[in-house]
Design a protein around this ligand. Structure first.
Ligand SMILES: NC(=O)c1ccc[n+]([C@@H]2O[C@H](COP(=O)([O-])OP(=O)(O)OC[C@H]3O[C@@H](n4cnc5c(N)ncnc54)[C@H](OP(=O)(O)O)[C@@H]3O)[C@@H](O)[C@H]2O)c1
Ligand SMILES: [Zn+2]
Ligand SMILES: [Zn+2]
Length: 385
């Protein structure tokens, strides 16, 4: 640990459902880095946590400003990004077989390190979950890849898709618009389903081969004659009516219901049995998946389409409002004042020493849960007075 704890500002949710700037005090552990945040994407998952007293944001990009004494993977001045998972034990069955994101001792957004987030001036993270941003990529473009990109790339790369497959993508938002680009460049036929007719042209420009408007009324159907799909990547904030897809899925197709913090998946049971369909859980990308994704984006010129906001209370609240209203095309990105949009940063490292306006916080490690379960042991609870 460094001798002197460091103070910085983290934008937190609150029981009043308002964004609150909070003073976070951290020491830098042996294998941790202090990162000055320059950019953060705003994921639909964040909208579920604005009412929880915890640091918001999990699509962070910034510049390494200080290193713990045992850090070997990064150096001061490096640009790095991070996503949903921040820590794992690296010594269990999952960790030792490349499944560190499923480690039972993992710490992840909403469940651990609650005093920190990517909507902040700084954060202190384990070096193992900080990913170097390639020089050829701007920090603004890298931010949405840290959750949205990794979530869809992880599924597309690690779950047995083939380039000859037909891949359905439901919901064209932050995740969906990147999924179309990835699946297209991986060589698949990409079939998109959206509730918004106005997204047709852009979906085709992202690389979709087909675009269908999803019926919103119960019992309504998709047009006849859609050739069947081998995969259905569900990137919408609400689960679709599964009946709509029964005639569109190939027997033994796989469904990936990425939609989080929603109701349980209730799939027509006999259809599941008779068609041999698999419903496959999937969450972000492994560490190797992140490295591969960043390289794949450079190689294939894949970029998110961003809508920028200032990284302030007002900026975050406006972004949250616009995301819920469905007006963002296609990912909201919060940009810190002074961050150079070309990817370099001009922020002042001295700001880490500033004493911001604070709200009193208490962090209890391994305490009571935040009312949500994650299948892991260890939950932090943060109270904002
Ligand atoms: N499993 C994971 O690893 C993981 C990771 C990140 C996020 N997520 C979850 O993935 C989901 C999408 O996140 P996102 O950040 O991409 O959200 P987003 O940017 O809001 O995009 C979601 C899209 O869903 C569609 N949609 C919105 N309201 C809908 C409704 N009532 N019924 C049907 N479709 C609706 C819209 O697309 P159209 O206009 O095209 O219909 C919208 O653009 C969220 O539930 C999020 O929590 C999961
Ligand atoms: Zn996310
Ligand atoms: Zn582990």
């Amino acid at each position: 640990m460094t001798a002197e704890p460091i103070n910085f500002v983290t934008y937190c949710g609150s029981k009043a459902n308002q964004v609150v700037p909070v003073k976070t005090t951290r020491s830098i552990g042996a294998r941790e880095c202090l990162v000055e945040v320059t950019h953060s994407g705003y994921c639909a998952t964040d909208t579920y946590f604005t009412g929880v007293p915890m640091g918001l944001g999990h699509e962070g990009v910034g510049v390494v400003r200080q290193l713990g004494p045992a850090v070997t993977q990064h150096k001061v001045g490096d640009r790095v990004g991070w996503g949903f998972v921040h820590e794992a034990c690296f010594n269990c069955k999952q960790c030792l077989s490349g499944g560190e994101i499923y480690c039972l001792k993992r710490k992840m957004y909403g469940y651990g390190n609650l005093d920190q987030g990517s909507l902040a001036t700084h954060a202190v993270w384990d070096e193992n979950f900080l990913f170097p941003i390639p020089d050829a990529m701007t920090s603004a473009d890298a931010a949405p890849l840290m959750c949205a990109g990794a979530s869809v790339f992880g599924s597309l790369q690690q779950r047995g898709y083939k380039s000859s497959d037909r891949c359905g993508i439901v919901g064209i938002g932050g995740l969906g618009h990147l999924a179309i680009q990835f699946a297209h460049k991986m060589g698949m036929e990409v079939v998109t389903f959206s509730t918004t007719e106005a997204k047709r042209e852009e979906a085709l420009a992202f690389g979709a081969d087909e675009f269908y408007v999803l019926p919103r009324t119960a019992g309504a159907k998709l047009p006849e004659g859609i050739r069947r799909l081998d995969h259905l990547l569900v990137c919408s904030t609400a689960q679709p009516d599964w009946h709509v897809f029964l005639n569109v899925l190939e027997p033994r197709a796989t469904i990936y219901p990425l939609t989080a913090f929603e109701k349980d998946v209730t799939y027509p049971h006999l259809d599941l049995i008779f068609s041999g369909v698999t419903i496959q859980g999937t969450m972000i990308a492994t560490k190797q998946g992140y490295v591969d994704m960043l390289r794949f984006c450079i190689q294939h010129k894949i970029k998110p389409v961003n809508q920028e906001y200032p990284m302030t209370v007002e900026g975050i609240e406006k972004c949250n409002h616009d995301l819920k209203a469905g007006t963002i095309r296609y990912r909201g990105v919060l940009v810190a004042e002074g961050a150079d949009r070309s990817g370099e940063t001009v922020l002042d490292p001295e700001t880490a020493k500033a004493e911001p306006e604070v709200t009193k916080v208490t962090v209890v490690v391994d305490g009571e849960k935040n009312g949500v379960t994650n299948g892991s042991s260890g939950h932090d609870v943060m109270e904002i007075a």
